[in-house]
Write a protein that binds this ligand. Structure first.
Ligand code: NAP
Length: 316
């Protein structure tokens, strides 16, 4: 590529995703200058020290001045208020995007503040780990992962194509869909699994007849993989459930029905039913590996991963 795709990129929020975007952009020289804003002094200081941003601002409205790309990398529930604050300083022609795990609510909260001439294109990289903060990011996070863009009707096609190319340059495959469809799909592939993980870890923790040390000692029996997911950031996940309520409740309803069917098969000793359902599930796991979205290595590849980031590349 001849020159950077964007002259000045503003990252609002410099946690796992914001810092990974910085690494991925610098890996391919995609941005002239990257600046940023974060809520706490500590994160701002770390971001500067690690070279994630050339300049850092306390007020996001200062960070976006003169930027041709602004990426909101904050919890979903914070997007609306930040959009309101930065709106007066957004340059005409600039692309405003986000990385939030819920899309319809972000569009609802951000769109009313977007000035004419600014291209708002919501996005969500389906890549993450259970770690958070500016030190958690790494350049390879988006490699061979999907990034979903959910532009509303009438969005400038050239701007969408530019953002699509950016994600491809950062290593992702890009798919475009409606925000509503995104929220439904992610409810079952990401949101409900996280809820189940949080719940099973808490259920085990509250059991009176099993001691804490037994829960930890015998965790390799399956429980441990849930604890990794349940270590994810509580603020981020609180916001996901508050903002994707309908789709999550719909999927939880179906999940509960299927769980009841399993419960019934166990109660009545229906071995054939259990075997068939488990075989179907195993086939899904094989398809995920064939699609390159996980490794066939035992133990979820945990011991084989070369990256310094344990648990890296799990879907969020
Ligand atoms: P993170 O590591 O916790 O970082 C969040 C960043 O946002 C931090 O820099 C934080 O600043 C800043 N922030 C938080 N609340 C803010 C507020 N009210 N105003 C201004 N800045 C605020 O989170 P993350 O994992 O990068 O997630 C960011 C977004 O990406 C979320 O919307 C999430 O849904 C989405 N996402 C996450 C994953 C994942 O696996 N983690 C995957 C895909 C998409 P301080 O550090 O100073 O508090």
């Amino acid at each position: 590529m001849s020159g950077p795709m964007f002259q000045r990129v503003a990252l609002i929020g410099i946690g796992l995703i914001g810092s990974s975007i910085s690494h991925a952009m610098r890996r391919r020289n995609l941005a002239g200058t990257i600046v940023g804003s974060a809520k706490t002094e500590k994160t701002r200081e770390i971001a500067l020290r690690l070279g994630l941003v050339a300049e850092v601002f306390e007020d996001p409205a200062d960070a976006v001045k003169g930027a041709d790309l602004v990426i909101l990398c904050v919890p979903v529930g914070a997007c609306g208020e930040i959009a309101r604050r930065i709106a007066p300083n957004l340059a005409p022609g600039c692309i405003l995007t986000d990385v939030g795990s819920v899309k319809a609510a972000v569009i609802r909260d951000v769109s009313p503040h977007v000035p004419p001439g600014v291209h708002f294109i919501p996005g969500h990289p389906i890549a993450g780990t259970e770690h958070s903060g500016p030190e958690a990011g790494f350049a390879e996070l988006f490699d061979n992962r999907w990034c979903i863009l959910t532009p509303v009707n009438g969005t400038d096609k050239e701007a969408v194509a530019r953002l699509r190319r950016l994600w491809e340059e950062m290593g992702s495959n890009v798919e475009i869909m409606t925000a509503e469809h995104h929220d439904l799909v992610l409810a079952i592939t990401s949101h409900v699994p996280h809820l189940i993980a949080y719940n099973i870890v808490n259920t085990a923790a509250h059991l009176e007849r099993v001691t804490d040390s037994e829960v930890i000692k015998f965790s390799a029996g399956g429980f441990r993989d849930f604890t990794r997911i349940a270590a994810s950031d509580p603020t981020m996940w609180r916001d996901v459930f508050l903002n994707n309520k309908e789709a999550v409740l719909e999927m939880l309803g179906r999940f509960t029905e299927d769980l009841t069917a399993l419960q019934r098969a166990i109660r009545y000793g229906e071995g054939d039913t259990l075997f068939r359902l488990f075989s179907d599930a195993r086939a899904i796991r094989r398809s995920i590996i064939e699609a390159g979205q996980d490794t066939p290595a035992p133990d979820f590849g945990r011991h084989q991963v070369k990256s310094a980031k344990p648990g890296g590349s799990s879907e969020k």
